[in-house]
Design a protein around this ligand. Sequence first.
Ligand code: PLP
Length: 421
Amino acid sequence: MKTKVKNQKTLQPKAATFNVRKVRKDFPILKQKVHGKTLVYLDNAATTQKPLAVIEAMDTYYREYNSNIHRGLHLLSEKATGAYEAVRVKVQKFLNAKESREIIFTRGTTEGINLVAQTWGRQNVGAGDEIIVTTMEHHSNIVPWQMLCGEKGAQLKVAPINDAGELMVDELKKLFTRQTKLLSITHVSNALGTINPLAEITSFAHSKGVKVLVDGAQAVPHLTADVQKMDCDFYVFSGHKVYGPTGVGVLFGRYSLLETMPPWQGGGDMILSVTFEKTIYSKPPNKFEAGTPAIAEVIGLGAALDYVAKIGLANIAAHENSLLEYGTRKLLEIPRLKLIGTAGHKAGVLSFTLGDIHPHDIGTIVDRQGVAIRVGHHCAQPVMDRFQIPATARASLALYNTRGEIDALAKAVRKAKEVFE
Ligand code: PLP
């Protein structure tokens, strides 16, 4: 089987500027040994490792200007506020949003989706209405909508995927009715690697008056996410999957929608004035950022986005695509190994099964060889059900991975085969 891997046409790598050996030096964690072997970290879809630039940016904040934001008139607070708000502008540029006030800091993708479900969703979805998701969604893009549908008496509809793990776009289109209020769809599948054709889908949804939320958790580390080109209404991602820290994420929302949405959490920083009779809320984004936010983490996220920009997303995509093609070839040389997720348009995920060997057994042996992969349902149980399997083993790629590491993976998988067959 030949899997051709393409990426977004807009990404043209800069010639000969990407040097993976040099890049690896930026990630101190990669130098260590596990079980006496040099670490091969291939669990990047779960979380990516952090470059020194991120670690140092957070360290500097705590050492030199730790202070609460927006409230203090003193110098440290002004410095911290400036650094925090500068990241909002970086994220705006990263997503090509029209305005920085369309960027809300959250704890991560999961919180971003829940925020939309509990604010826009509660306000706009009623009894008999419909929300569409797809079979390939992560649980965090299923459960918040199930909760909302349960509360409101609305219906959750599910668009199917084909045997390659590609969205069946024509079938998706057939699900839209007059009752459909929202399509919530992943940009890139974490279990399969499939990249969805979002511009076509959002344009269709909008022609039916349906809003679109895009889960960008697995997209932003690999490809350009341009919210204006995609023309989505909401876009969410997590900092930790794009070389930033845990505990911070982003919700992009079209400003005209954010303006009409009620706040989610109440508290400090999201108000203009409070009396016991009446509270007046701030405008977005502050309206949605109640309480002290993850200041150090936001600053770390800013450093991560600077780092990605310095390397160049086009270079990252080209490197990862070449690794994906190499890895696909290497793994398929192993007898009885089956790739789950063979979409023509795919980002750096290699999900597989190996004969009757349980993925957990593969994971254990592979770990002993120093290779970190993920095994299980990857918080995407409906994908496993679709392929009638309990779990897969999944290697997922990042900019610091090498062909040598793919060879180490293939060798470790062959070892698991020897042990269990
Ligand atoms: N959506 C997708 C596609 C994911 O891969 C993940 C995490 O793996 C999430 C959502 C949830 O992200 P987080 O746990 O950072 O909120």
